[in-house]
Design a protein around this ligand. Sequence first.
Ligand SMILES: [Zn+2]
Length: 409
Amino acid sequence: MEKLLPRFLEYVAIDTQSDPYSKTTPSTKNQWDLAKKIVLELHQIGMQEVSIDEHAYIMAILPSNIDKKVPTIGFISHMDTSPDFTGKNVKPQVIKDYDGKDIVLNKRKKVVLSPDYFEDLLQYKGQTIITTDGTTLLGADDKAGIAEIITAMEYLVNNPEIKHGDIRIAFTPDEEIGEGAHKFDVKKFGAQWAYTMDGSQIGELEFENFNAASAKITIEGKSVHPGYAKDKMINAIGIANEFLSFLPVTEIPEKTTGMEGFFHVHHIKGEIEKAEIELIIRDHDKEHFEARKELLQDISDKLQKKYGDFIQLEIKDQYKNMREKIEPVFHIVEIAQEAMESLGIEPIIKPIRGGTDGSQLSFMGLPCPNIFAGGHNFHGKYEYVPLESMEKAVMVIVKICELTAIQIK
Ligand SMILES: [Zn+2]
């Protein structure tokens, strides 16, 4: 376990920010730097069949040490960090025996991580907290997950009295830009089910996420001299505005929580001749999700009737709620729950207000709930992770391997 922290610190020092505008996989070359390091390390700790493909997907096996046949399970995390905030020159600070007070991340820039604002910090009084220096993100999302999985595998290698079946692990690029699962070879991975180690605070266990779609509305207008425009001009900006006025004003990200879905308009561009609206739709409930898509279609039809054939609506499904794929194999959630409880961790089961690689993988045939990696405040300079949470995550992985071998026939 003593290698967990140095391992994590080495990984975050490597910039692996992904790029949503790139056409390659991985989306950025830097991700290879971490990938190569991980491959080397997997060989060093004694993993078998270590492979890396042309897109930097890493896979490896820890072979079974038990005579009976038990299910093959897997653990997955991602190597990239968010495009939303810089991950270059990450200089982590390790604060031992946290005293529950403000942590000055950067004196010169006056960046302070304060429990007055981030009250979760107080749970970790007395623990070792790893923070940024206030100028970058940390990358605990998801390098904490990588360090935890590798450390858990090392732990199992060094403690052969813990019996387990075949354990498969994988590290993927480009999760943060929604591309982590696309090129994942589920067949080659060969696990019956897996867990992404990509959740936030200690205890998180997630098997439900949003249904997600994106929509683009394009409106063609007709420009005429405003002095002579009566019954002739079609102002695309005005129609765009009218379109938006039909959307429910309270069903937006800043006014919803828990299981409440929303429309989120994130881009508008407009001139008289042409306007564009881009938005995303999110809802855990399948029927509500479909109803949201229908509402957009209805608005579009209504405006078309009023103004003519000037409005185009394009809706694209992005990902689906994995719940329907997890429910039939719910013991995989129960094992994780039991593993946590046996280690004195209270499971926090709640729907994800987003997606994970696991949701895509679940629909590709690899049911894949999500487990905490321990970090907080992802994708920004206030990101931090308590070392003790990471250690617990390591033990959860070990325990799941053990319980699977004992319980499942
Ligand atoms: Zn993540």
